[in-house]
Design a protein. Structure first.
Length: 372
């Protein structure tokens, strides 16, 4: 390697690192200072952080690398940000999901001394976390290709604090940002609380500009519910990112919307496609560039018995059947799926796995089609 040009070695490392999301680059960087200088920029193109300490560490590494290379651009291309530490995000998911079902084991973590201290720390550092997240996203916005934002704080609902607009969180990170290269965007948060922040504190939320966006995944406890008042066709609480789908210049091909209660199929269609949704879908195809629209009913609370849960399952099945009855290619509705430990991954793990899959697929596609 001593006689091999650095450019050639860099290309070899790039090829070796194209089959994962940073693990190989991290290992190559441990070989020597020479290989670290080559591998670290490749490693930091893909960043996943869970919790404030990981976020601070990632920003320090990126800033240090930028200074050492005299670069003004943060070359982060794939970014996953979760407010809570991974173990806390999992515990939070169990705690929240069991609020509606006391028959399933509850997470006891948040009642321990460590849990109480952790919750207090998250509250205290919330503003700093989202401020740093916003700073990182805005610095990297020109190169970002995938962005996942997870505000896993629904576990505060039972304590009443979730309804107070403390800070704009995910929408604050995205407001007014220009993403020229962003292909995939996923958000998991409570949009209604964050919109309330903008309404109360101002200024108004500005839709991010992402002309290259192809894939949009929105998960929010409330964004299709109570949108249409009885007898009216005026949207009231539609998720603001859905405007990216409705604009004429939209190139989005894949939309996934997940909410705990979507109510009726008609409301969902009006929210996504507008009041004239029937005219847009009358040919049996999705409008514009859309090729796939998946509507998920969120998380099934329990597989148990009881009139309430039986009615819930019947109602969600009716929603799925109604969407299927529209006979539109690419339009699909799915039943709620449980994410408890006994039957699969939890919410945080699912989103992280999804981000890794999307990021790896995009990296490999770009590597195979470098001129496109």
């Amino acid at each position: 390697m001593n006689n091999c040009p650095t450019e050639v070695v860099t290309l070899i490392v790039e090829v070796a690192c194209s089959s994962d999301i940073g693990q190989t680059a991290r290992s190559v960087g441990l070989v020597s200072k020479f290989f670290r200088a080559i591998a670290e920029p490749i490693e930091l193109r893909t960043v996943a952080v869970a919790g404030l300490k990981q976020l601070q560490s990632a920003i320090e590494r990126i800033c240090s690398l930028k200074l050492s290379q005299s670069s003004k651009v943060v070359d982060v291309r794939h970014l996953f940000i979760c407010k809570l530490k991974s173990k806390h995000a999992i515990a939070a998911d169990v705690e929240f999901r069991n609020i509606i079902d006391d028959y399933l084991p509850r997470s006891s973590f948040w009642r321990t001394r460590q849990g109480v201290q952790g919750e207090a720390s998250y509250r205290e550092n919330s503003d700093e976390f989202w401020k740093l997240s916003s700073d990182l996203v805005r610095r990297a916005s020109s190169n970002l290709e995938t962005l996942f934002l997870l505000a896993s704080e629904n576990w505060l609902a039972q304590r009443g604090s979730i309804f107070r607009p403390v800070n704009p969180k995910v929408l604050g990170v995205l407001s007014g940002v220009i993403f020229p290269s962003l292909v995939s965007l996923t958000v998991n948060h409570d949009a209604s609380v964050e919109i309330a922040y903008f309404a109360e504190k101002g200024p108004l939320f500005q839709i991010p500009i992402a002309p290259s966006l192809r894939r949009l995944h929105i998960k929010s406890p409330i964004f299709l519910s109570r949108i249409y008042d009885r007898g009216q066709d005026t949207p009231q609480e539609a998720h603001p990112l859905l405007d990216n789908v409705k604009c004429e210049e939209s190139k989005i091909t894949h939309l996934m919307a997940c909410e705990d209660r979507m109510w009726t199929a008609e409301r969902a269609m009006k929210t996504i496609f507008g009041v004239d949704w029937r005219a847009q879908l009358e040919n049996g195809t999705l409008p514009g560039e859309l090729r796939s629209v998946i509507l998920e009913q969120g998380i099934m609370p329990k597989f148990g018995c009881g009139t309430g849960f039986r009615n819930y399952r019947l109602w969600t099945q009716q929603f799925v059947d109604t969407i299927a009855g529209l006979n539109v290619d690419g339009l699909e509705a799915r039943l709620p799926t449980p994410v408890y430990p006994e039957v699969g991954k939890r919410e945080y793990e699912l989103l992280l796995s999804e981000w890794k899959g999307v990021t790896l697929a995009l990296r490999q596609w770009i590597f195979l089609h470098p001129t496109l």
